[in-house]
Design a protein around this ligand. Sequence first.
Ligand code: HEM
Length: 221
Amino acid sequence: MSSSPIRVPAREWALAAGLVLLALVPVLAGAARLGAIAEGASTPETARFVGDPLPIVLHIVSALVFSLVGAFQFLPTLRRRHTRWHMFAGRYLLVPSGVVVAVSGLWMNAAYEMPPVDGVGLAISRGIVGILTLAFLAMGVVNVARGRFREHGAWMIRAYALAMGAGTQVLTSMPFIIAFGPPDELARLLQMDAGWILNALVAEIIIRRRVRARRTAAALA
Ligand code: HEM
């Protein structure tokens, strides 16, 4: 019988807790936004969402699934001991929700009349992030289909990190908004880009560390 309880090391739980925390603010903001849309309360700030609710509703629901399911896909112990769940969640929850997050994000980017502070630069950044997220997810799927599990993991880390820029952007914008007030167009662009760039850098550091750890383990074996 292999029904012994799974011991997940504390640092893995800490990783999942950190990722869930990172997701929490945009997810809660999204839930509040859904509530406002359901009430049909149209203000200058919400008119684009109320007038065309489909992409934002798809975006927020899929972001919820993507960010929360994704937080647990990266725990090595759960992945090894519950490989079937990992495969099920990846195939039927994470990849589909990731595709919907990115496509609905690109859709809103093209269709919504954004506030003046969200200028052309931010539209270009959002376009690049949406397309790269789709490309990274595709690379993750192609690699797992070919049995290249390490590459699969690396591409999934990249896709998750980039999409989750939405969480890091709270950290890269809030302190400045509190200190200096609402940003102008350039400051807003820098605050948003900082979230995506920071996440992309952290993803590359994690991927390189994993490669190094494997090389060390192989050398010692
Ligand atoms: C591929 C990655 C993503 C792209 C390209 C993207 C793009 C966008 C765009 C264009 C908007 C509309 C902004 C507006 O009209 O003011 C938006 C809104 C939003 N996104 Fe994303 N997004 C992505 C990922 C995520 C993720 C992973 C989350 C949550 C964890 C998230 C949470 C939200 C929320 C809550 C809103 C509503 C903002 C509001 O109410 O003002 N997004 N996103």
